[in-house]
Write a protein that binds this ligand. Sequence first.
Ligand code: FES
Ligand code: FES
Length: 164
Amino acid sequence: MAEINLSFSVNDQKMEVSTEPTRTLLSVLRDDLKLKGAKEACGQGDCGACVVLLDGEAVNSCLVLAVQAEGSQVITVEGLASKGQLHPLQQNFIENWAFQCGYCTAGMLISSYALLMDNPNPNPEEIRAAIAGNLCRCTGYHEIIEAVGKTAADLQQPVLTSES
Ligand code: FES
Ligand code: FES
């Protein structure tokens, strides 16, 4: 099959790939760009292990064709940390024991990140709704919901400076 050239941004870096038009975004991220954070589990939109942000929307990247990302901005779990510092969500997942095997974690983090972008102060019901498409076979939902709520609370704190 003829390949097509794609250009899009991943974690704020411009990427160019040549791919068959039938391949998924997940496949291109993992196999061509070597970004292995998003996982393939069900491969059919049921589990959320593959969630990434596509132009700010959380999507199951196993259901998105790579060609649909042309010209777009993609954020994967690898893009959450900044300057060697984990994102507060990642830190709170660690501190709250919000994962066991970790297979669902990238998708959980990105779905939670998308929630906090839209709603910086979600209640537990809203957090549950935001991760409803993310399945955890280790059943760590309670800790995950707590970690997201703690992050929201942390991000509400005023930033203290030496002048304060
Ligand atoms: S691998 Fe994409 S939703 Fe399960
Ligand atoms: S931590 Fe194992 S699937 Fe969620």
